[in-house]
Design a protein around this ligand. Structure first.
Ligand code: PMV
Length: 326
């Protein structure tokens, strides 16, 4: 059987950086994110006894050997769980550049997990899907549930899963994903996280996270953009501080990244409640309420060095669709 899933990327408000278990991708801390309506992956999977080897292709792009092997390991986990042996054909496409810190692996593994389970006709719960997506790419578990999502750290594989805190309709936030460099990042998050404990600041980060998670949840509940913005900037800067003090240091920002951070601070002084956050790459996510989106877009037009801006509202999680890619 063939199945196709659409899964959104997500932007972490409180970030995941570092693992307790590399193999299972158990994180050092819980994290909170919002699914993105404008940045997503669509994946079609078909298992067939007639196919002799797995094939994986990316429309409009190419997977490296390493990426292909990672996708096949994801298929193997689904096959093992389902007690099936059939090989698969996988075709996938993204609406945004992969590898540039804009979470293509999150939407990718969320879409692969849902379409894979559905294509085999295996029964699953949302929680199980989040666990399998997590093993492909940690942040992928947050792209399965709807809207605003918490990934609960857990101590074992089964209890490291993601749940929806609020549906996408809860609060009309926007994430303007400002692409300043769409090339692949030099160091993957998998590789970067392996040396996290070489930063002397990781222990302080882990001590600070529980109260940040609380502040973030309260701000979401009250729909308080200033409280939310303060905690997401604090956590973003903290994660990048850890990254930059790892051995070897991970420096993902470029001059345009820094310029946008500074511009955001100026716009705030002018009375626009807009806040930045950045993943493992140079691209910047600007978070504001829907009513201020146009104002921020106008401000961005005056800056140089921007390739394009992807406008995102809060989105539903991964879901099946009827339009197959082959
Ligand atoms: O799960 P990965 O490999 O996509 O790692 C994600 C890490 C960050 O994007 C930097 C933070 C996060 O929580 O999304």
């Amino acid at each position: 059987m063939k199945a196709t899933a659409l899964a959104p990327a997500n932007i972490a408000f409180i970030k995941y950086w570092g693992k307790q278990d590399n193999e299972l991708r158990l994180p050092l801390n819980s994290s909170i994110s919002m699914n993105l309506s404008g940045a997503y992956t669509i994946t079609t999977v078909e298992f067939s006894p007639k196919v002799t080897a797995d094939s994986v292709s990316l429309l409009g792009g190419e997977f490296s050997q390493e990426e292909t092997a990672r996708v096949i390991r994801g298929l193997d986990r689904i096959r093992k769980h389902s007690g099936r042996m059939d090989r698969a054909r996988v075709v996938t496409k993204n609406t945004f550049p992969k590898g540039a810190g804009s979470a293509a692996s999150a939407s990718g593994f969320a879409a692969l997990t849902l379409s894979g389970f559905a294509a085999l006709g295996t029964a699953f719960t949302e929680r199980e899907l989040t666990v399998f997506a997590r093993m492909g790419s940690g942040s992928a578990c947050r792209s399965i549930p709807d809207g605003y999502v918490e990934w609960r750290q857990g101590k074992t594989s089964d209890d490291s899963y993601a749940v929806s805190l609020y549906p996408n309709t809860h609060w009309d936030l926007r994430d303007l994903l400002v692409i300043v460099d769409s090339r692949m990042k030099k160091i993957s998050t998998t590789e970067g996280m392996e040396t996290v404990t070489t930063s002397p600041f990781i222990s302080a980060r882990l001590r600070a996270i529980p109260s940040r998670l609380d502040r973030c949840k309260k701000a979401l509940q009250k729909k308080d953009i200033c409280a939310l913005g303060e905690v997401i900037e604090e956590d973003c800067l903290d994660m990048h501080h850890v990254m930059q003090t790892q051995v070897p240091p991970l420096t993902y920002w470029n001059d345009t990244t820094r310029m946008i951070i500074e511009a955001t601070q100026v716009w705030r002084k002018m009375g626009i409640p807009v806040y930045f956050t950045i993943d493992a790459g140079p691209n910047v996510h600007l978070i504001c309420e829907g009513k201020n989106e146009q104002l921020v877009i106008e401000k961005l037009k005056a800056l140089s060095g921007i390739e394009r801006v992807i406008q995102n509202s809060p989105a539903k999680g991964a879901h099946l669709i009827q339009e197959h890619l082959f």
